[in-house]
Design a protein around this ligand. Structure first.
Ligand code: NAG
Ligand code: NAG
Ligand code: NAG
Ligand code: NAG
Ligand code: NAG
Ligand code: NAG
Ligand code: NAG
Length: 392
């Protein structure tokens, strides 16, 4: 009997194994990954954005907890919880939650569930503009006078500490800000904020999520945080290929990333990084963490995904090239894939947005994060409107 069940088990295991190999040979070119298939980064992360901007599924809902389960299925070991408050326009200094802000109860529910699923917790409080058409949060502070900086940093640090301190002094990672390009040159104020966090919450790790193409190499206070955080939306080129399945296409993207890593000048216009990632980590002797990494599965203009020409293979190839380059860097601390939302209808083969969920790219992530199985979710047929792209 014991022998029989053992054999049965072997049969089942080998069936699963060969199924996986079949899937793998379809989705992943094994030659590309010979060297280093499984990530040894410390943080194999996924960013999770609350449902208020995306069909209003509260984080307390079972559906939202299920979304966290599907993050676990990818093999991810860290989750980044994004929460958003608002200010009226780029000149305002008053910061407040709106109906689009996840409530504290919802936020705590997501943290607790993620903790129960053994995920490391990164908290990323963010700012959006409630009423300033044509402007972006990157421009907050552009016209501030000295007195405004005092008010803004006063209110802003209250907002950050409100979310970050919900669990108290426990070993979480806190992103003190994200893409606030027109504020991050205020060296003294940001150092003040890091010092406040260090004094009161010595067990936190700290980072800041700098935008790629300028802010990451401009910041002067990286020495005050633990990781150099980059929202890594470099302008990946699409030239030099006949087919995205062609390994040469992945090769071209690898060249592009190697340029970002070692040379530090983008081929693309509008990218103003002044230092390579390698020089940046050497200058501050800090590991680099991609606080966001993602690619539209359709046409992309800057950081925006355009609602046209769905292109799952471009996204798939982009993730392959990204992993291929960064799995080999021993100073690379990890990455947070952009992004998951509670609603299981978001994603899938008809969606042109960032999420890899239920797209070929999800299997690339799973392959490297060590997730088990493929196709862990039912396929939902349609796309619903989702406003999270405003957070990019
Ligand atoms: C912000 O201030 C600038 C400079 O004073 C001004 O030109 C702009 O209109 C202001 N924006 C808003 C929304 O008040
Ligand atoms: C926010 O929600 C409250 C309570 O549901 C509602 O009364 C209010 O009108 C909402 N505000 C906006 C701006 O939608
Ligand atoms: C927050 O902003 C308001 C309005 O701009 C200002 O009056 C107040 O002093 C600020 N709060 C802090 C703690 O700085
Ligand atoms: C730093 O924080 C201290 C205490 O909160 C404050 O007195 C000081 O003005 C701050 N400095 C800057 C540059 O914000
Ligand atoms: C980087 O710094 C330069 C020089 O101070 C400034 O002109 C530019 O706007 C900054 N770019 C970003 C993205 O912070
Ligand atoms: C793309 O946007 C257009 C116009 O905004 C809309 O009519 C169309 O339904 C969208 N496409 C899909 C697939 O949702
Ligand atoms: C999303 O944004 C559109 C306009 O950009 C707005 O009309 C719609 O109400 C927003 N939906 C949600 C759920 O916030």
């Amino acid at each position: 009997m014991a022998i029989n069940s053992c054999c049965l088990l072997l049969v089942i295991v080998s069936v699963i194994w060969s199924t996986n190999s079949l899937c793998a040979s379809y989705n992943i070119d094994p030659i590309e990954y010979e060297e280093s298939p499984t990530s040894h980064w410390t943080m194999n992360g996924i960013a999770y954005v609350g449902g208020k901007l995306c069909n209003n599924i509260p984080l307390t809902h079972m559906t939202a907890h299920n979304a966290i389960d599907t993050i676990v299925f990818t093999g991810a070991n860290w989750i980044q919880l994004v929460v958003t408050q608002y200010q009226k326009n780029i000149n305002s200094t008053f910061i407040y939650p709106t109906n689009d802000t996840d409530t504290d109860d919802e936020f705590i529910s997501a943290i607790s569930y993620a903790g129960m699923r053994d995920l490391g917790i990164m908290i990323s409080p963010r700012l959006e503009l409630e009423d300033d058409p044509g402007r972006t949060p990157e421009e907050i502070g552009t016209f501030f006078r000295e007195a405004d900086w005092v008010d803004w940093f006063g209110n802003y640090s209250q907002m950050v500490f409100h979310y970050a301190s919900m669990l108290g002094d426990v070993p979480i990672l806190v992103s003190l800000g994200s893409g606030l390009e027109a504020t991050s040159w205020r060296d003294a104020e940001w150092r003040n904020l890091t010092k406040k966090a260090r004094d009161k919450y010595p067990r936190w790790s700290l980072t800041y999520s700098a935008n790629s193409c300028g802010e990451e190499s401009n910041i002067t206070w990286w020495d005050a945080v633990d990781f150099i955080g980059v929202n890594a939306h470099y302008n990946i080129p699409r030239y030099g290929h006949d087919s995205y399945r062609d390994y040469k296409f992945v090769d071209n993207q690898i060249k592009f990333w190697n340029n970002i890593v070692y040379v530090g000048r983008s081929f693309e216009p509008g990218c103003y990084m002044t230092k390579s990632l390698f020089d940046l980590k050497n200058k501050y002797n800090k590991p680099i963490l991609f606080t966001e990494i993602g690619f539209c599965s359709g046409l992309q203009q800057g950081r925006k995904c355009l609602n046209q020409s769905i292109d799952l293979q471009f996204q798939d190839a982009s993730f392959k090239a990204f992993f291929r380059v960064f799995l080999l860097q021993d100073w690379f601390y990890g990455a947070f894939i952009w992004h998951w939302v509670p609603d299981p209808n978001i994603g899938g083969p008809e969606d042109w947005n960032y999420t890899p969920r239920r797209k070929p790219a999800e299997n690339v992530v799973k392959y490297h994060y060590g997730g088990f199985g493929f196709a862990t979710e039912f396929t939902h047929g349609h796309i619903l409107h989702c406003n999270t792209s405003s957070l990019i």
